[in-house]
Design a protein around this ligand. Structure first.
Ligand code: ADP
Length: 478
């Protein structure tokens, strides 16, 4: 633990030497009564070990020489003089000096080894940390500035910078290229004129690891960007294909019906009730066609992020009333709006449209049961829940039903392996939907800062929940 710190300064070393010399010299006096004094030189070795461990080889050797001198002066006969009477004491003193110098060298070596192992550990930790910073985080730029700071801390340098691409050094900074497969993709900038050993350690210990992880992080970023682009292309291709199919089928079938009805009206001998029926058919198919075209236009605007909004404070009660008014007259609703519900900040028409689409589905699937509508406040949001007692939606379909042109199987939970995006009359139900209603609802709700989700279990009905930011919320509707 003590070795971990930096070496204490020379003045502290000199003071420690003096104190240890005095302590060892005094300690020998009582011991001299117990054994031969010439064998007690070993006591000074304690001081030598301490000094050489903390202050290095040269201070250790100085301590050895001073210890030998003090031992001779204070303890070897004739005491109080630097001469030695007995030849055997010369041998004892010589042996002491040799042992003390050896101890100093060993202590210095141990300290050196220890420092080296601490350095290596710090460098290994640095490599792991660099990998963690670069590969576990999202932004390479942010990770690089943290890595620069960590390298500077480990090597005790004023500043270190890791930059992308080739950067040249300047009088105050040396630039080390980061190269992989012959391509220079980054630069490590370290202060100029640092000790050669530190420079070598950075070159051998940091540069290869940094090169490898930075390369991997850049490759990963590129792959992610490519994947996002590919996904975007795939999605827009899928939508184009679905729009084409919708045009070829969903638009064509009402048109065909209208053309056929138009021709039939002109047929000779047609009765008044028949004409009336054919007129009704033309009107019905025309309305369906107009709605489909509106939906397609809305969807393409939402997909292109080109929806403009007229944001205002909207009463949730009015939104619900207006959405209910657009439902077939035969539909039954059980509506409860919490009193004092705050308004929402949103585009009224868009939110009303989202609620109407959800209501329309609920009415369609609830098999005659009343549809339950609840609106209440939940912290800074207002939630509108629309619950039906229909067939429910399988977990696999719950997210997909919000995708454009996706229509789940008529019976919840039923497998439908064929192309999900295929437009046309709903297979499994008598509803000729286009699969656009919920995609548009989600688009409008999210454009207005809200969220829409479904809670459902097959056979137990579905609850669609629309959450919108309450107007009192300062970030609402942003
Ligand atoms: P559409 O109703 O025109 O097909 P939507 O986007 O409105 O298109 O709905 C997508 C699909 O989600 C529907 O085809 C239906 O399978 C399913 N769905 C929507 N609402 C409900 C509901 N309340 N209960 C059961 N299934 C529903």
């Amino acid at each position: 633990m003590l070795l971990r710190g930096r070496r204490p300064g020379v003045p502290a070393g000199l003071l420690a030497m003096m104190l240890l010399l005095v302590a060892c010299t005094l300690l020998i006096y009582p011991l001299a009564h117990l054994t031969r004094v010439s064998s007690l030189g070993v006591v000074y070795l304690l001081g030598v070990v301490v000094i050489s461990t903390f202050w290095g080889l040269w201070m250790g050797i100085s301590m050895s020489v001073l210890s030998a001198t003090a031992f001779n002066f204070f303890h070897l006969p004739p005491v109080g003089r630097f001469t030695i009477a007995d030849i055997r004491n010369w041998v004892a003193l010589g042996a002491f000096v040799v042992a003390a110098v050896a101890v100093s060298s060993v202590s210095e070596l141990a300290r050196h080894r220890f420092e080296e192992s601490v350095r290596r550990r710090a460098e290994a930790d640095l490599t792991a940390e660099m990998a963690q910073l670069l590969l576990a985080r999202a932004g390479v730029d942010e990770a690089l500035s943290l890595i620069g700071r960590r390298i500077a801390a480990v090597f005790d340098l004023a500043s270190v910078r890791v930059a992308l691409g080739a950067q040249s050094g300047d009088p105050r900074h040396e630039s080390i290229p980061l190269v992989a497969d012959g391509e220079r993709f980054g630069t490590l900038l370290i202060p100029a004129g640092i000790p050669q050993r530190t420079r070598e350690r950075i070159g051998a210990g940091v540069v290869p690891a940094l090169t490898a992880v930075l390369r991997a992080a850049l490759d990963r970023e590129r792959l992610v960007a490519e994947a996002v682009q590919t996904e975007g292309l795939r999605r827009s291709e899928a939508i184009k294909t679905a729009v084409l199919r919708a045009v070829s089928h969903d638009l064509r079938s009402p048109l065909t019906a209208m053309i056929t009805a138009g021709a039939a009206v002109r047929a000779p001998g047609i009765t008044a009730p028949e004409r009336d029926e054919l007129g009704g058919l033309v009107q019905q198919e025309g309305t369906r066609l107009a709605k489909l075209i509106d939906d397609l236009l809305d969807l393409s605007r939402l997909e292109a992020n080109a929806v403009s909004r007229r944001v205002a404070e909207c009463s949730v009660e009015e939104v619900i009333d207006s959405a209910l008014a657009s439902q077939p007259e035969s539909s039954e609703f059980d509506v409860r709006v919490e009193p004092d519900l705050p308004p929402v900040r949103a585009d009224f028409v868009q939110v009303e449209r989202a609620v109407a689409n959800v209501l329309e589905n609920a009415v369609r699937y609830s098999a005659g049961h009343p549809v339950v509508v609840r609106a209440r406040r939940l912290r800074d949001r207002v939630t509108i829940r629309v619950a039906d007692r229909g067939p429910g939606i399988s977990p696999a379909d719950q997210e997909r039903i919000f995708e454009p042109f996706y229509r789940a199987a008529g019976r919840a939970g039923a497998e439908r392996p064929d192309a999900d995006r295929r437009p046309g009359p709903d297979r499994g139900s008598d509803h000729a939907g286009s699969g656009l209603g919920l995609a548009i609802a989600r688009g409008f709700v999210e454009t207005n800062g809200g969220r829409i989700r479904v809670e459902s279990a097959p056979g137990r009905g579905s609850v669609f929940v629309i959450e919108l930011p309450a107007a009192s919320d300062p970030g609402g509707g942003a």
